[in-house]
Design a protein around this ligand. Structure first.
Ligand code: 5AD
Ligand code: SF4
Length: 449
């Protein structure tokens, strides 16, 4: 019996996926692992153990393709030692580079774009027959209709769920409209079934994903209707969504932040710049003032909402006054979290043709901006000390008797397990009194009510 089991196990091939970039890629990697599960692959944690290595790539910022080529180069000794090793490139670099990848790095067997990975099982048949497989279509069919049902065993308490993909905004710096294609929204029925299924497998928090998630529109359903329907799922405790665009914001979505119990007080709303001149050059189609008014409306609906954003410094044409306008906007909004980047020219985008800001100037601006954000972020964290927050426990901490979870405001919280009352359960929500604020996390103790 035992021997038979060992034989069965050794039949299974091993898949290593390395994920770059955004949360949507994290979700896509999970779905690709499931799709390849039907071709007999089980996930493993290191490339050395793998029979197949798949890089799920991101193309949003500088030298993305070069980084992938050098990563592929590192797999050469593995391929030499195990000639049957299959190597694939997926995601946005695959979409942008296509067949070029196999020309430059012939040991790559498979190239698949973000919209066609439901075809992986078919592509693997080609690869197993010793051929190369390439698919970077934007197909008519919806990949989600063709992916295997999500039959993962029990999983962590927080999950991503992609509801919308693609972008029609064409910001002048961004490759997403080219790599991910036009805006498409999945059907609410399928999304709700997937959510229900995730909850049955132990998920307590769902983060709805979309490149422009608040542009979600399927028949009469917008993002707000989806959120209210999720609010009715028993066992689901928290709903989040990311990333939004200011121009797709609706009154009902703002209002839901005040009335929908499970919707968390957190909003990631990129603005990129505080200068109207730069916003115009970026083709953002909104002003700094419009953005600030939007944030005010969210704060009216939910006064404790934590605001997060994205910024680009050194966009072509950005002068000191423009940078100061961005700093002013940041001071006015007061961010709890933000991601900031130095502009990088992406081939094929309109801004790539324009005159660059000197790298040294952009570096100084980035440092200045990040220092201000860090200051705001720390101050908001410090302000949590002495407050009671609700923490969804996600995993064990490194220290004995310590668990790690997230507050409603997405702060990481280290929670000491109480001496009396026993261990804390992963997936449960506890009231926690915050007693300290550290660089990137809070610390606290469970409050018994
Ligand atoms: N250069 C720098 N940052 C960029 N982003 C997108 N494209 C670029 C680029 N070419 C940033 C934006 C976006 C985030 C996901 O990445 O801030 O909101
Ligand atoms: Fe890129 Fe702009 Fe679309 Fe965001 S809204 S994905 S930055 S084009």
């Amino acid at each position: 019996m035992r021997e038979k089991l060992v034989a069965v196990m050794s039949n299974k091939k091993k898949l290593f996926i390395k994920t770059y970039g955004c949360q949507m890629n994290v979700y896509d990697s999970e779905r690709m692992a499931e799709a390849l599960g039907t071709s007999g692959y089980d996930p493993v944690g290191t490339p050395e153990e793998a029979d197949m290595i798949l890089l799920n790539t991101c193309h949003i910022r500088e030298k993305a393709a070069e980084k992938i080529y050098s990563e592929l180069g590192r797999y050469r000794p593995l391929k030499d030692a195990k000639p049957d090793l299959k190597i694939g490139v997926a995601g946005c670099v695959a979409q942008a580079e296509g067949a070029e990848i196999m020309q430059r790095q012939p040991m790559v067997d498979l190239v698949v774009g973000p919209q066609t990975y439901h075809r992986l099982p078919e592509m693997m048949k080609q690869v197993d027959a010793g051929q190369k497989a390439l698919d970077t279509d934007f197909p008519e069919e919806d990949k989600f209709d063709h992916l295997p049902k999500r039959d993962l065993p029990k999983r962590g308490p927080s999950a991503f769920l992609t509801v919308q993909e693609g972008c029609d905004k064409f910001c002048a710096f961004c490759v997403v409209p080219y790599t991910r294609g036009a805006e498409v929204s999945r059907s609410p029925g399928r999304i709700l079934r997937e959510a229900q299924d995730l909850v049955e497998r132990g998920v307590r928090e769902i983060n709805l994903l979309g490149q422009n998630v608040n542009a979600y529109q399927n028949d009469d359903w917008g993002l707000t209707q989806l959120i209210w329907a999720l609010n009715d799922i028993d066992g689901l405790e928290r709903i989040r969504f990311t990333t939004s665009h200011p121009n797709d914001m609706t009154d009902d979505l703002i209002e839901a932040h005040g009335s929908c119990e499970k919707l968390m007080p957190y909003l990631h709303l990129p603005v990129q710049s505080g200068s109207d001149k730069v916003l115009k050059g970026m083709n953002r189609q909104h002003t700094a003032e419009q953005y600030i008014r939007l944030i005010e409306r969210f704060r009216d609906a939910r006064p404790d909402i934590l605001i997060s954003g994205d910024f680009i410094v050194g966009f072509p044409g950005e002068e000191d006054v423009d940078h100061q306008a961005t700093m002013d906007l940041i001071r006015e909004v007061n961010y709890g979290q933000a991601y900031s980047f130095k502009y990088s020219a992406r081939p094929g985008t309109p801004a790539a043709e324009r005159a660059f800001v000197a790298a040294e100037v952009a570096d100084v601006r980035l440092q200045e901006l990040q220092a201000l954000i860090t200051q705001q972020q720390r101050a908001l964290q410090e302000a949590m000390v002495g407050q009671k927050v609700k923490v969804l426990i996600e995993k064990k901490g490194r220290l004995q008797g310590q668990m790690i979870g997230k507050s409603q405001h997405l702060h990481a919280v280290h929670v000491a397990e109480p001496a009396i009352g026993g261990a804390l359960n992963i997936g449960d929500i506890y009231s926690v009194g915050i007693i300290k604020s550290e660089t990137n996390s809070l610390g606290g103790e469970v409050i018994h009510t």
